[in-house]
Design a binder for this molecule. Sequence first.
Ligand SMILES: Nc1ncnc2c1ncn2[C@@H]1O[C@H](COP(=O)(O)OP(=O)(O)O)[C@@H](O)[C@H]1O
Ligand SMILES: [Mg+2]
Length: 254
Amino acid sequence: MSPTAAELHQMASIGRLLAGIVHEINTPLGSVFSNSEVLGRSLEMLGPLLAGGSAEELTKARRILDTMQQLVAIDQIACERIRSIIRGLKTIARVDCPEPQKIDLNQHLRDALKLTQAEFRNRVTVETDFAELPEVECFPQMLGQVFLNLLVNAAQAIEGPGTITVRTALEDGGATAHISIADTGRGMMPEQQAKAFEAGFTTKAVGEGTGLGLSIAKEIVEEKHGGSIGFESKLGVGTTFHVRIPVRHARSQP
Ligand SMILES: Nc1ncnc2c1ncn2[C@@H]1O[C@H](COP(=O)(O)OP(=O)(O)O)[C@@H](O)[C@H]1O
Ligand SMILES: [Mg+2]
């Protein structure tokens, strides 16, 4: 069913509106992001300078430094999340209608891990088991958003210490890249499993979850990449998400 002229007109205005909002948010976000980077580096340099002073003062100063460093790391993650929402909006608004790119998926996963690990480093052990993969044709920013979402969900499902295991494998005689993200978290009840991909379904507190992560992930994986996403989950044992992406994007196939 193709949209009517009126609907197209409305979609175009929403697109322009979104593009404007994206621009308005992007500029201040950029400055917060780079400031917090500078702050982080300054804090690192401050550390060694604190060599003098009494033992008691030193301990106190170190503790303050630690706290500040943690806050900076969290700010960076917050900025990165806002940035990924903006990327998502850009896609909807088609501000930059991108072509699929060939990327090293394992490296892309390592980058996503680096971003999230600052948040749960002390609690969660991350294990990786990467297969050798050919370059995968995809929309890297969108897939990055999917991985971030799955990793944050996994970390949030783990109370106390636990493990997240990220694996990649090549399937279908080399036609499909398989990414799995397994956690030793609380798992999901059957009712939750049935609703997990519904937009707006969340079991998290306001501010912690929007219930949009998995529905956006499904849209990105299935609609934008012709792939599949699913999971298996056992209450009290853990959850494993499986993402499968065609190595060659349908758009560039003859
Ligand atoms: N790894 C996981 N372990 C347990 N539950 C999960 C996991 N991932 C998702 N869920 C459940 O699915 C719900 C929806 O996830 P999501 O769409 O990412 O939204 P949000 O994280 O904002 O709640 C979560 O609130 C949670 O109940
Ligand atoms: Mg989520």
